[in-house]
Structures are given as structure tokens and as C-alpha cells.
Design a binder for this molecule. Structure first.
Ligand code: GDP
Ligand code: GDP
Length: 436
């Protein structure tokens, strides 16, 4: 279920972020109004051979003006706490330094596999110099050149060898959800209120290899839930936890591990850039989303307040137009009891399958009422659509010419599909294909 995590560590300037970018590759945001999450330097998706995994560039943590040792200790602690495999980067060009040794010292004795990459080995003649690094005591050094893209495959081959067994992952009916939001929006208060109501906590499940803790509980109606990463919500007191980048990264990880995301906003402080950033990631990852506006008790209201606030949320989260909004108070518990049912219903929509015949009826009606505009005398023809995947629902639409499908018309088709079927809470992916 949870993708393995690889952390890149090393002293500054050895080429961590260059290697990170190489591993992650060029990943383009598909939707125009994405808040640019894919450009985040700290955490990103990657793949190698048949493995999907995540990479953390610990150098992107940005702890401010901390002294070198504090900074590097924070980075290595982050790697040790979060990653399944650690890649330590050194530079073959500069050779071994005392700072490399300091990083290696922090890695001794940990129970995580470490792969040693000697970067900046830009040509074969330099390969002879890598043997010095054996003295770090971290096993075989692998030469790479981040800027030339050489040798990366050998490093990744070593990395994936250490990934945990997929077989260890259990599959069950419980709905996995996470509670995401900036610090102080009230996540822990919501968690405590929900878990206080649901007395039937089944267990705190220790994460497989990391220290993530998921909490499993059952409602009186017998619905089972797993609240993902409650450990990320309860603080553990590490230095790196106070950085904004870390809190964003933790949120991204929790989103990856869930089916449904409760995106918590603070009615008192309003919406900030970090909110849209993280919500964009949830959308990008194709998760079901419920927008939870918390601290509704704390603001003065009249009959328009909720409606006005809803408009602001809709305006700032245009890409989440499908997400239901619920106004709650963790303090007074107002409407918190609606959350379990909302999670269940968006989860159901996220896994919904519609038949091709019903889908095509909707599509043909849509085409009849609003035919595609012609482009230089050429007209888009839509032949057929079929749902090919769930979580999120993914629909392939066959057309005469992909170039003729404009964003606005695609949006129109999506809206027609949404008004015919209940896909509330879930993104829908439309894939436009040329019919052969
Ligand atoms: P970080 O501080 O460890 O993240 O290092 P960066 O990725 O920012 O790289 C530091 C410097 O090393 C930059 O000027 C890069 O262009 C350079 N660099 C990175 N990889 C290579 C490489 O493979 N060969 C050479 N010659 N330079 C590199
Ligand atoms: P977290 O950092 O997102 O986990 O936020 P917390 O749950 O720690 O809450 C941050 C602060 O907001 C605390 O002082 C809470 O008492 C307060 N708070 C949380 N929920 C509510 C709410 O619904 N109404 C009011 N008025 N305050 C709240």
C-alpha cells in the first residue's frame, strides 16, 4: 500500500538535489490550475523498474541558519525516521572530507540500509578515485554523475533491492483516511474528538518499517476506518519537525497512504498558500477529498457567513470543485458526527464504476445539446467512452483527433458526467484517445 521511501543525505554541494531531480525525472503538472506541487524539492514520486517509490531530498529541509552539525543531524534524523533506504551522497571530485565522515558517523549503527553514491564522477578516468570512500565503512561506493546522468541505474538497482516485501501489506475493507492541514488548524483536536466519540478503537498499528502510526477504529454502525499517520499529528519533538517543508512532506506522505483526505482549514485565520499547495497534491494524487472548515464556533456569523466562506473556498480551490465542504467545530463538536458518513460516501464514489452503456447515453446527450465547436473547419467527433479504472474513476474517451479536444469542452463533458452520476468528493480522470 504505502510506497517505499528513499532519502538522499549528504553534506551540502555534493549534488543531492541534482541526483534527486534525475531520479524524479521531469514530471509535468497536467492540469493548468495546479498550485505547483510537482516543483517541490523535498518530496516527489519516482519509479525504477517495476517499483513506485518516493524520494526525499533531505537537503531541501531548509532549517534556517542552523550550524552545520545541527542541520546535518536534522537531515539524517529525518532520513532515519522516514525512509526505507538511505542514499548517502559524496563527491568524487572533491574527495572525502571531514564533513562526509560526520554524516557517516550519524549513519553508523542504524537499522536502515545505506547505499553510498559517489557523485561527480563525470568520466571513466575518475572511477579509480572512488575507492577512498570504502573507508567510510558504508559498503561499496557506486560512481554516478548527476549532471551527466551516468551510473544512476546502478545506484537505483541497489536501492530497490532493499525495498520491503509487498507481501507484508495487508488488504482489508477499512477506509483509510488522513487529516491534513497547516499547524494549528485543529487536526489533533479533530482526531481527539473523533476518537473520543468512537470508543471502539481497535488498535494503533505500528507502521511497517517507519514509525508511522495508523489508528484503526469502528463506528457503532460497524463501519471500519483507519486514520493514517496519527503519529504525524502528535508531535515527537524532533528539531526538523518545526520546518514548514517537513510538515508539507509529512502531509504528502499521509495523502499517498490514504484513500480519502480530510483537508482541514481554519475559519479564523482563513486560507493560506500552504493549504492550496497540499490540497493540490491530494488532487494530483487522485484522492477523494472532503474540505473541513474548522473553528466555526470562533467566528461571528450571520445568515450569509457560511455561503460567503464557501465562495471563498471554491474560489481558492478551483481544482477541488468536486469536494464537499463541511463547517465544523472541534471545540463544540458541531457537525463532527457527519464526518464518518461523508468519508464513506466520497470513498464509495472514488471506487464507483459506471457501465459503458450508461456512460455513453450521457455522452451522446451531452454532444447533442452542446456539439463540439469546429476548429478551422475541423470538428471534434466523440465516438465512445469507457471507464477503465477506479480510485479515482478513470474514463477513456475515444475521439477522431486528440488535438481538437479543448480544455473547456473536456470540462463540459466532465460536468455532464458528474451531473448524471454521483462522483461527489472524487476527481475524475478523463483520458482522450484517438480511435485507431
Ligand atoms: P546539494 O547541495 O547536495 O543538493 O548539491 P547540488 O545538487 O545543488 O549541486 C551542487 C553543485 O554541484 C552544483 O553546482 C551542481 O551543478 C554540481 N553538480 C551536481 N552533480 C554534478 C556532477 O555529477 N558532476 C559535476 N561536475 N557537477 C555536479
Ligand atoms: P493542529 O496543530 O492542527 O493539530 O491543531 P490543534 O488541534 O493542536 O489546535 C490548535 C489550536 O486551535 C488549539 O489551541 C485548539 O484548542 C484550537 N482549536 C482547535 N479546534 C478548534 C475549534 O473548533 N474552535 C476553536 N475555537 N479552537 C479550536
Amino acid at each position: 500500500m504505502a510506497a517505499p521511501i528513499v532519502a538522499v543525505v549528504g553534506r551540502p554541494n555534493v549534488g543531492k538535489s541534482t541526483l534527486f531531480n534525475r531520479i524524479v525525472g521531469e514530471r509535468m503538472a497536467i492540469v493548468e490550475d495546479m498550485p505547483g506541487v510537482t516543483r517541490d524539492r523535498l518530496y516527489a514520486k519516482a519509479e525504477w523498474l517495476n517499483y513506485d517509490f518516493r524520494v526525499i531530498d533531505t537537503g531541501g529541509l531548509e532549517m534556517g541558519n542552523a550550524p552545520f552539525l545541527t542541520e546535518i543531524r536534522g537531515q539524517v534524523e529525518l532520513a532515519i525516521d522516514e525512509a526505507d533506504v538511505i542514499v548517502m551522497v559524496v563527491s568524487g571530485r572533491e574527495g572525502m572530507t571531514a564533513d562526509d565522515q560526520a554524516v557517516a558517523n550519524l549513519l553508523y549503527g542504524i537499522d536502515k540500509p545505506v547505499v553510498l553514491a559517489v557523485n561527480k564522477v563525470d568520466n571513466p578516468e575518475m572511477r579509480a578515485d572512488i575507492y577512498d570512500f570504502y573507508s567510510l565503512g558504508l559498503g561499496d561506493p557506486y560512481p554516478v554523475s548527476g549532471s551527466h546522468g551516468i551510473g544512476l541505474g546502478d545506484v537505483l538497482d541497489q536501492v530497490v533491492k532493499h525495498f520491503p516485501d509487498e507481501a507484508a501489506v495487508q488488504d482489508d475493507d477499512a477506509v483509510r483516511f488522513s487529516i491534513i492541514g497547516r499547524p494549528n488548524v485543529g487536526k489533533s483536536s479533530i482526531v481527539n474528538a473523533i476518537l473520543g466519540e468512537q470508543r471502539m478503537i481497535v488498535s494503533d498499528v505500528e507502521g511497517t518499517t517507519r514509525d508511522a502510526i495508523d489508528t484503526r477504529f469502528m463506528t457503532p454502525e460497524g463501519d471500519e476506518f483507519v486514520m493514517v499517520d496519527t503519529a504525524g499529528i502528535r508531535k515527537r519533538g524532533k528539531v526538523y519537525e518545526n520546518t514548514e517543508k517537513y510538515s508539507v512532506m509529512r502531509a504528502m506522505k499521509a495523502i499517498d497512504d490514504s484513500e480519502v483526505v480530510l483537508m482541514v482549514l481554519d475559519a479564523e485565520t482563513g486560507i493560506r498558500e500552504q493549504d492550496t499547495h497540499v490540497a493540490g497534491y491530494a488532487h494530483d494524487a487522485g484522492k477523494a477529498v472532503v474540505i473541513v472548515v474548522n473553528k466555526w464556533d470562533a467566528i461571528e456569523k450571520d445568515t450569509h457567513t457560511m455561503h460567503d466562506f464557501e465562495n471563498v473556498v471554491r474560489d481558492r480551490f478551483k481544482f477541488l470543485d468536486y469536494a464537499p465542504i463541511v463547517f465544523v467545530s472541534a471545540k463544540t463538536k458541531q457537525r463532527l458526527d457527519r464526518l464518518p458518513d461523508l468519508i464513506l460516501s466520497v470513498n464509495e464514489n472514488h471506487s464507483k464504476r459506471v457501465s459503458s452503456s450508461m456512460l455513453n447515453d450521457v455522452l451522446m446527450d451531452a454532444l447533442a445539446t452542446n456539439p463540439a465547436p469546429s476548429d478551422n473547419g475541423r470538428r471534434l467527433r466523440v465516438y465512445y467512452a469507457t471507464q477503465v479504472a477506479i480510485q479515482p474513476p478513470t474514463i477513456v474517451v475515444f475521439v477522431n483527433d486528440v488535438e481538437l479536444m479543448h480544455f473547456s469542452y473536456q470540462r463540459f463533458l466532465e460536468n455532464q458526467i458528474r451531473s448524471a452520476f454521483d462522483f461527489s468528493g472524487t476527481p475524475i480522470k478523463l483520458i482522450i484517445r484517438q480511435r485507431k
